[in-house]
Design a protein around this ligand. Sequence first.
Ligand code: CMP
Length: 137
Amino acid sequence: SAERTLILVKPDGVARGLSGTILARVEAKGYSLVDLKLVHATREILEAHYAGHVGKPFYEPLVEFMLSGPVLAAVFEGERVIEGFRSLAGSTEPTTAAPGTIRGDLGRDWGLKVQQNLVHGSDSPESAEKEISIWFS
Ligand code: CMP
């Protein structure tokens, strides 16, 4: 049965006007958009979403970055969409993410303490269901 994932276009992607391009790339791969909203995240949402990163050196800069502007939250569906989107997104660091990926084609390091890497995608079916409930409560 078809899997679902939570995708975020982070504040850097929204601010740079890349929301439409990013959604189009995910749709073009063949996944179906099932829910979508523009949200200005709260600290509570981010504490729940990034609970696994508490205590890491980039945690506070990450939360500040995610609070810096609106985020586009989307739910996509399809066979193996979790893996498929992570492959499409590319590796965490946009400077070295493979060309052809969203991060590799559209992102770079801007010299800040956090990787501004345009997108987030859930990493497992369990985190997808948890994250969908956080962003679309
Ligand atoms: P994401 O995978 O969506 O969730 C964790 C985020 O933390 C990640 O994207 C990056 O934006 C950021 N991140 C992860 N590792 C580092 C790091 N080593 N230095 C700075 N930011 C990081």
